[in-house]
Design a protein around this ligand. Sequence first.
Ligand SMILES: *[C@@H]1O[C@H](CO)[C@@H](O)[C@H](O)[C@H]1NC(C)=O
Ligand SMILES: *[C@@H]1O[C@H](CO)[C@@H](O)[C@H](O)[C@H]1NC(C)=O
Ligand SMILES: *[C@@H]1O[C@H](CO)[C@@H](O)[C@H](O)[C@H]1NC(C)=O
Ligand SMILES: *[C@@H]1O[C@H](CO)[C@@H](O)[C@H](O)[C@H]1NC(C)=O
Ligand SMILES: *[C@@H]1O[C@H](CO)[C@@H](O)[C@H](O)[C@H]1NC(C)=O
Ligand SMILES: *[C@@H]1O[C@H](CO)[C@@H](O)[C@H](O)[C@H]1NC(C)=O
Ligand SMILES: *[C@@H]1O[C@H](CO)[C@@H](O)[C@H](O)[C@H]1NC(C)=O
Length: 473
Amino acid sequence: MFSSTHLLPLLFFPLANAQQPSVDLSWHAPNTTWINTLSSVINGTGTHGFIFNSSELPQGTKYGTYNWCNMPHVRQEEYPVADKQYELSYVEVIHRHHKRTPYASNTFPKESYPWYCSDEGLFYYGQPLNPEGNSSASAYWSVYTTNTNPFAPAGFNGTCQFPQITREGLDDSWQHGKDLYGVYHDMLRFLPDQLGEMVTYRVTNNVITSQVAGMLIEGMYQTPVTVPLRTQPPSVDSLEPAYTCSAASNLFSSYGVGSSSSAWTAHLTAAKPLYATLDSISGVSATSSDWHQSFDHYFDNLSARQCHNKPLPCAISNSSNCVTQEEADAVYRLGQYEYSFIYRDSSSSLQASVGSYGVWIAELAQTIRDRISGASPVIYKHNVAHDGSVSRLLSILQVDIMVWPGMGSEVVFELYQKKGAGSKRFVRILWGGQVLRSSNPTLGKVDMLDVEVLLAYFDGLVGVGASKVIAYC
Ligand SMILES: *[C@@H]1O[C@H](CO)[C@@H](O)[C@H](O)[C@H]1NC(C)=O
Ligand SMILES: *[C@@H]1O[C@H](CO)[C@@H](O)[C@H](O)[C@H]1NC(C)=O
Ligand SMILES: *[C@@H]1O[C@H](CO)[C@@H](O)[C@H](O)[C@H]1NC(C)=O
Ligand SMILES: *[C@@H]1O[C@H](CO)[C@@H](O)[C@H](O)[C@H]1NC(C)=O
Ligand SMILES: *[C@@H]1O[C@H](CO)[C@@H](O)[C@H](O)[C@H]1NC(C)=O
Ligand SMILES: *[C@@H]1O[C@H](CO)[C@@H](O)[C@H](O)[C@H]1NC(C)=O
Ligand SMILES: *[C@@H]1O[C@H](CO)[C@@H](O)[C@H](O)[C@H]1NC(C)=O
């Protein structure tokens, strides 16, 4: 299985093996399914059981089903408990934020109905710390417009920020925290009873991840203490990711969104009639490249409504000319196809993701090493991120079936020690709460893989300290 010898400096492996495992660093195609088969996407119907219209699954639908509004995650009912001889020693969670209003850029020039968010507050304030001083009032934003302000907001009227996590998205975030705590605290007795230096949370510079984190932490710890949300400066943030890697951006646009290669444009060409219908209803100009170089905007625009039980949109000039469910389903199929193509089907996807997400991978590898060496007390690290974060990670892990990571999409890295195995450690990766399967034979089904193999795979792609990312970008 391991093809070539890949020696790495011993310095970074203080604990054991003199010989580092050799790993296959090449790209391997994902499984062939309806998602990456153009004829099924264009000429197919429905959404193959994928859900786009509620955080709750319809009666009789199995948890674990793809639900764009609220993706499956680790929870007690379905958690695959490891064999007794394995003892958990570190957990790192990364997931996409929960459901939200659309981004302003994904709203139609004029929307046919308003969207209200007065059922929640977005709390923004600063308060003295170290040393503590006077405390702050719990102040929150309340969005409003006046008749005197002659400018109408773009997109929806109402009382929301576009974007913000919605009331239901906040509830989903709280439940997500409660479910994780149910496994890692209540069931496995791994998490401490109190927050402290062993548990850390990280967010991106986009405030919606903080809106999720606050609810999620409360779902876990129900604590009155203040909690730091670790965040990196926007110019270098590896979690979002927001650092600059022109080589990766150029590579993505050479084959994906914005590319004129026929491998990319085939689905856009085949979907011309659908685009014409959607444009006539939305009022989006047929020449707007933002809306026509990928289905991203229509996908977000329609799914955000349906996740919140809002009707599909109608034309401003003709309220009986509306987007149909069949058209929305076609957009949802096309969105899956695009994410699979950009992050897995294109053979360039691995390099593009390594460039744009390699820094986070290097940080993960270092955190695992620090935990093994005892240099860090952190046993649980929790990252709240975006679809662009989770899709790049799945791309690097070469997941066997790629989808567009929906709201709350979760990947968990679990590090174990094994009785009688000395200092050897093992890693398991969970995607949507179940063991992840990679198309790369070095990783395969990532279930108690020798951690040195995973670390050698990461090092081989991104370099220790992300040295290969710097060289590439
Ligand atoms: C992908 O294909 C492999 C090999 O045929 C198979 O073992 C695996 O179960 C497939 N993955 C899924 C999610 O069906
Ligand atoms: C969809 O079906 C039509 C009519 O059968 C066919 O002409 C077209 O090539 C099909 N599109 C794709 C992408 O397979
Ligand atoms: C959501 O869509 C499914 C089909 O995918 C349908 O069975 C269900 O009734 C819909 N639920 C709501 C709340 O519209
Ligand atoms: C959908 O797009 C329209 C047109 O740009 C916009 O007005 C509307 O706010 C969008 N809705 C969502 C949910 O993105
Ligand atoms: C939005 O507000 C503008 C001006 O305040 C008004 O003209 C328009 O009808 C409103 N649109 C909706 C959908 O309520
Ligand atoms: C509150 O602020 C005032 C004015 O700066 C200061 O005199 C006082 O010591 C502060 N109280 C605390 C508890 O820090
Ligand atoms: C409004 O849309 C409906 C449905 O597409 C269509 O049948 C009708 O002719 C349209 N009315 C006008 C005035 O364009």
